[in-house]
Write a protein that binds this ligand. Structure first.
Ligand code: FES
Length: 60
């Protein structure tokens, strides 16, 4: 069985883009499932949709 390929991209002053993951685990250990091919995870801590980026980082 081959492992799924997951790719991580850090956006300057923005989120972490994760391609190929079926879930992410937040800082509290809670798993968040996704069916999207790419998800944006907040890195600034100001999102209103934890753990996902909602674009708030652009206002900082
Ligand atoms: S990185 Fe986008 S809202 Fe935090």
């Amino acid at each position: 069985m081959t492992k799924p390929r997951v790719e991580i991209t850090l956006c300057p002053d923005g989120p972490i883009l994760i391609r190929g993951a079926d879930h992410i685990i937040d800082f509290d250990g809670v798993a968040h499932s996704t069916i999207r091919p790419v998800v944006a995870v907040c890195r600034c801590g100001k999102t209103g949709r934890t753990p996902w980026c909602d674009g708030t980082h652009k206002l900082l």
